[in-house]
Design a protein around this ligand. Structure first.
Ligand code: MN
Length: 498
């Protein structure tokens, strides 16, 4: 998936000139070794770039401003090798506008018991310098990530990698443009929201286009292009005719191929990375975009149904954060549909009318053509599958009138006990943490939506960090959630975020 940037992270080591040139030379050497090891580890999704050791107010201020100006720089990793008096950092930090990591590490893993002397202590005093630096960042109320541990530990590198993806989410949030080709579904509350505030908080541009402008782009797609894509579908997916005439079936599929091509061209031409549709406002489109939207989501576009632009932007954001992740299991819009309330087997069946991203599929993917019970168009073709097992996070971004709240629920995705042969849509099935009852009660107390942006590949920590970077409230529903504490947290938050 394209973000348009080859992001890098700057590595800036803090020190001062109190300890002499020899010490500073060691500091620079150690930083170079760490940066090289991080880049060679294969554990980081983005390159780390070594910068000269920062010694003075002027250097720090200049470096942070250069980081601001460098469009490829997605954040700065800071490390206090020695003691770096933190007043030197105030102006630079004040002017810095990108994600900040405080890597609290130390060049040597073990205390060199036999040889340690005061020179060594002065040269290797992260425990000391990191606290001075941390103090000023906290005093200034600047959002940052703190990671503590030995730089060559895989666990520490994995934490850096995870933060890098969050940082790219923070950077890329302000490049998300959502195309609305329909308004929010009439009378629905939770998919509404303040688009101006969303642009102020998240940087999202949310714009409306008449549906018939995109329908015209679909009408312009050549028969040859459509036929080539239909061939690709027929190669890639199983065709479940279920008694339909093969030629008629293929014609229905071809409509979705035209929508996929036409929509993608329109989105590219106008530079949008997310889209919303609405089954009740389809203009000249012959079918509700189903298979077409599923394929676009897999290509990295965000999507929200029934005009849900918040979910569309969140799906795009989460796709950016997981882009090029090895062994990724998928990210999609989902909707809470129906429960299994049998004791010991509780869970929520997740689906939508059509539009579930095949990135979350497990096993074969089929095409079906079936009537929709809603709307007034011809039977749309859609991809049908079941989803992977394992842990994931379901997120819902809601507008409370005076602020946004991001609700994050950790969920365990499972197989349903039996096939559902009459259900003509893709599905997932999960049990929310800590269990269906508490998880759902908490979700409802928090005001969470029926639409979610879901991913197997992101963590609660990443989404909370992202929300913190955006300056919005986040609440987590996980194995430690109790209703009493959760309701109190909502009350406390309402005071903090007023
Ligand atoms: Mn819906």
């Amino acid at each position: 998936m394209k973000t348009g940037r080859n992001y890098k992270f700057w590595f800036c080591t803090g020190s001062q000139d109190l300890y002499g040139d020899e010490c500073l030379q060691h500091v620079a050497e150690h930083s170079a070794i760490i940066v090289e090891a991080l880049n060679k580890s294969g554990n980081l999704p983005f390159e780390v770039v070594l910068k000269p050791t920062l010694l003075t107010n002027e250097m720090i201020r200049r470096t942070f401003n250069e980081a601001n100006a460098d469009e490829d720089c997605a954040g700065v990793i800071t490390w206090m090798h020695t003691f770096s008096p933190a007043k030197s950092w105030i102006l630079g930090l004040q002017e810095f506008r990108k994600p900040l990591l405080h890597l609290h590490t130390q060049f040597n893993q073990e205390i060199p018991y036999d040889t340690i002397d005061m020179d060594f202590m002065n040269e290797n005093q992260s425990a000391h310098g990191g606290r001075e630096y941390g103090h000023i960042v906290s005093r200034m109320g600047i959002e940052r990530k703190v990671i503590v541990g030995f730089w060559d530990d895989k666990a520490v590198q994995d934490k850096i990698a995870s933060w890098m993806r969050t940082a790219v989410g923070v950077m890329e949030s302000s490049h998300i443009r959502v195309m609305r080709i329909a308004d929010n579904m009439r009378n629905v509350a939770v998919t509404e929201g303040d688009k101006v505030e969303a642009q102020i908080k998240f940087g999202w541009e949310v714009d409306a286009y008449p549906v018939n402008e995109i329908a015209e782009a679909v009408a312009q797609v050549s028969k040859g292009d459509i036929e080539a894509l239909v061939e690709e579908y027929y190669d890639k997916y199983e065709i479940l005719l279920e008694g339909r005439d093969p030629k008629e079936f293929r014609e229905h599929v071809a409509v979705q191929a035209g929508i996929e091509i036409g929509f993608e061209r329109f989105l590219e031409e106008k530079n949008y990375q997310a889209i919303v549709t609405h089954f009740g406002d389809l203009g000249a489109l012959k079918q509700l975009p189903g298979l077409a939207i599923q394929r676009l989501m897999q290509k990295g576009y965000g999507f929200g149904a029934e005009g849900d632009w918040k979910t569309a932007a969140m799906v795009r954001l989460m796709k950016i954060m997981t882009a090029n992740m090895p062994n990724a299991k998928g990210t999609s819009m989902l909707e809470d549909y129906t429960y299994n309330l049998v004791p010991g087997k509780e869970g929520i069946l997740e689906a939508h009318m059509l539009e579930i991203c095949p990135s979350i599929a497990d096993g074969p993917i089929s095409i079906k053509v079936q009537p929709l019970s809603m709307g007034d168009r011809e039977d749309p073709a859609r991809l049908v599958f079941t989803s992977k097992e394992g842990k994931g996070i379901a997120t819902s971004l809601i507008d409370l009138g005076n602020r946004f709240r991001l609700i994050i629920n950790e969920v365990n995705c499972k197989k349903v006990e039996k096939p559902m042969p009459k259900l003509p849509v893709a599905t997932a099935f999960w049990t929310p943490e800590p269990n269906l009852q508490v998880g759902t009660e908490a979700w409802i107390y928090a005001g969470g939506a029926h639409h979610t942006a879901f991913s197997y590949d992101l963590t609660t920590e990443q989404m909370v960090d992202w929300a913190n970077a955006m300056g919005i409230e986040s609440v987590v529903i996980d194995k430690d959630t109790t209703i009493r504490n959760f309701r109190n947290e909502l009350k406390w938050n309402s005071v903090y975020y007023r």
